[in-house]
Each structure stands twice: as C-alpha cells, then as structure tokens.
Design a protein around this ligand. Sequence first.
Ligand SMILES: [Zn+2]
Length: 70
Amino acid sequence: MDSIDYYKETKWCEQCQGYVRFLMSVETSFCVQCGSKVRLFSKKDMEAFHLQIAENKSSPKKRGRRSRAS
Ligand SMILES: [Zn+2]
C-alpha cells in the first residue's frame, strides 16, 4: 500500500479561491485558513465534472453497428 493520502486532502474555499486544508465537522467542513465553509469542488470543477458525465452518457457509440441502409 502507498502512504496515506489523508493529509493531502483538500477542499475548495470560496473565500480563499483555492483548495485548502479543512477542519471537518459533522455536516460541514471549514477552511483552516479563514474559517469559511468549504466544498468538495469549485463551481468550475463541479460543472466540468457534470459535463464529463453528460458527455459520457450521450456520446454515441461510434464503433457500433452501422444502421442497415439499403
Ligand atoms: Zn478559506
């Protein structure tokens, strides 16, 4: 097994505009630098993430069978 990644874990802080270390409480996590709530992804990354999923779902199978055209 590799070394534990725990200390590398970061979340997005809107206030600091960056990924930061955080303190975890029951429902929310807080930035260690400014004390704001942090989120798992920035909005941008979140959008990219969802886009990726959408693309994967809707991407046509290009290697599929050709439609039977006579
Ligand atoms: Zn912060």
